[in-house]
Design a protein around this ligand. Sequence first.
Ligand code: GTP
Ligand code: MG
Length: 212
Amino acid sequence: MSEPDTESDVLARKLFSGPIAFLKSAPQLKFLPEAGVPEVAFAGRSNVGKSSLLNKLANRTGLARTSNTPGRTQELNFFDVGEPLRFRLVDMPGYGFAKAPKEVVRKWRHLINDYLRGRQALKRALVLVDSRHGLKDVDREVMKMLDEAAVNYNLVLTKADKVKASELEAVERSTANEARTHSAAHPDIIVTSSETGLGIDRLRVAVIEAAL
Ligand code: GTP
Ligand code: MG
């Protein structure tokens, strides 16, 4: 038997099937929208599946642009959820993309770090980690920065459809073990696939509970 719906489940269903609209792209901090509502941001290495997961969460294709080639998202992209506006989702460029020109990597890193550290409206970050690779040092650096800035975050495993169940279990366990050593990390790991929809309901509830 399934568990009864909580208030968050009902609200999540309502908000994520209602109006969600692209607001603006910010290539630099000075172009950020006014910080009037709570924000939840998608962070993670290039190509980990940030834009795909945002689309899946919002239950629509093509809201955020995705690509096979790492480095697709190059600015902070803001999406308004709810009518009237309830909160914003923020798609970010990837970090740790070694193949991009050094200057570009530096620019993105500053943009991401400054936003994550300094944004009052930011209620939670989602730190996405590819199920095939697990946590990398560059993820640990971002996690440490979020700990120091006291910004709560969820570690979210992506592309779960790409690994065997036994591998998935192992990567979930090791990620959870590391989460426990980080003060701002939520202890539960959310395992997702934008391909199959695994974990999307759970992620919606986590976003709602963080934002509202
Ligand atoms: P950048 O914007 O470049 O940092 O990348 P991103 O993190 O936004 O990744 P994006 O969503 O563009 O996805 C990268 C590639 O991974 C695309 O080819 C997606 O189709 C694929 N992808 C994303 N999520 C999944 C998933 O859950 N399963 C599978 N099999 N492929 C996925
Ligand atoms: Mg992207």
